[in-house]
Design a protein around this ligand. Structure first.
Ligand code: AMP
Length: 289
């Protein structure tokens, strides 16, 4: 049983409840998810509960951030289990709108964040961040959160949402939780369930390669190209994974680096396909002076 958790499906009802909560002086935290909640999501919900009085978890598999060829249809949707897990982790409200509730007939507005969406995931998935930015902007207006919590697992998404919130003057603080990993280092992801036993066995190589790169940089490596090659070589020699990209970029602008500048912050990120399953991961490194 989920004690005391409300499930709200209508955006207008959610917005009304949020306005009442605000009027009564309550601080609202939003955790946007696509459901299939795992320990990574639960870490976000627990963090949100530390930051606010009322935690709203949205569960919405947003069709506009999937390309027609992507995994929208097969995306896992264990709703009852999600409600239970969210409640246990500190959520008070599940906002689970229908697609038609979010995008009624006649809907035609989009939020486009320009430069930081052109690279990495945005280059590989052209419609993705337009869908993400638009739906998150809608959630901000519907849930009226004081703070919204996102995972570093989707590193570029964090950059995009921070940019959007600043550019459009959303009065929402953006809080970021470190990536939660399986004991063998694989970043938790709903998509890990698509992996075969062999692919699952190989997949920790992603974080191993990122960690090795982090150690090389700490030991003085400053060539971004050497770091990219080191990661690619490790993944392709130790697994059946096919590398979509390996990036060494400025952590804020996402501009690819040639050299790693002393005192700078870089995001080292990658996307690798195991069969039809595409996994992403990243680490942030601070380069010593
Ligand atoms: P998703 O349901 O995959 O769209 O993810 C919802 C939120 O959970 C996003 O902010 C993700 O970055 C975050 N998230 C997903 N997996 C992890 C993880 N392993 N560690 C931390 N945050 C995560």
């Amino acid at each position: 049983m989920q004690s005391g958790i409300s499930i709200i499906e209508q955006p207008a009802e959610m917005q009304h409840q949020a306005a009442l909560l605000r009027e009564s002086g309550r601080r609202i935290a939003l955790v946007p998810t696509m459901g299939a909640l795992h320990d990574g999501h639960l870490a976000l919900i627990r963090r949100a509960a530390q930051l606010a009085d009322v935690v709203v978890v949205s569960i919405f598999v947003n069709p506009t951030q999937f390309a027609p060829t992507e995994d929208l249809e097969r995306y896992p949707r264990p709703f009852a289990q999600d409600v239970e897990r969210a409640a246990t982790s500190g959520a008070a409200i599940i906002f689970a709108p229908a697609v038609a509730g979010m995008y009624p007939d006649g809907f035609q507005t989009a939020v486009v964040v320009e430069e930081v969406t052109k690279v990495l995931e945005g280059a590989a998935r052209p419609v993705h961040f337009r869908g993400v930015a638009t739906v998150v902007a809608k959630f901000f207006n519907i849930v009226l959160p004081h703070v919204a919590v996102f995972g570093q697992k989707d590193g570029q998404q964090v950059v995009v949402i921070k940019r959007m919130a600043a550019d459009l003057n959303f009065p929402v603080q953006i809080d970021v939780v470190p990536t939660v990993r399986e004991p063998d280092g694989l970043a938790m992801s709903s998509r890990n369930s698509y992996l075969s036993a062999k692919q699952r066995h190989e997949a920790p190589v992603l974080f191993e390669a990122l960690s090795a790169a982090g150690r090389a940089i700490a030991a003085g490596e400053r060539s971004a190209q050497t770091v990219r090659e080191m990661i690619t070589q490790r993944i392709t020699s130790m697994s059946s994974g096919s590398v979509d990209y390996v990036s060494v970029a400025d952590a804020d602008s996402l501009a690819e680096r040639v050299q790693l500048p002393p005192g700078g912050r870089a995001m080292i990120s990658l996307a690798v396909r195991f069969g039809t399953t595409r996994l992403i991961d990243n680490i942030i490194v601070t380069i010593q002076e």
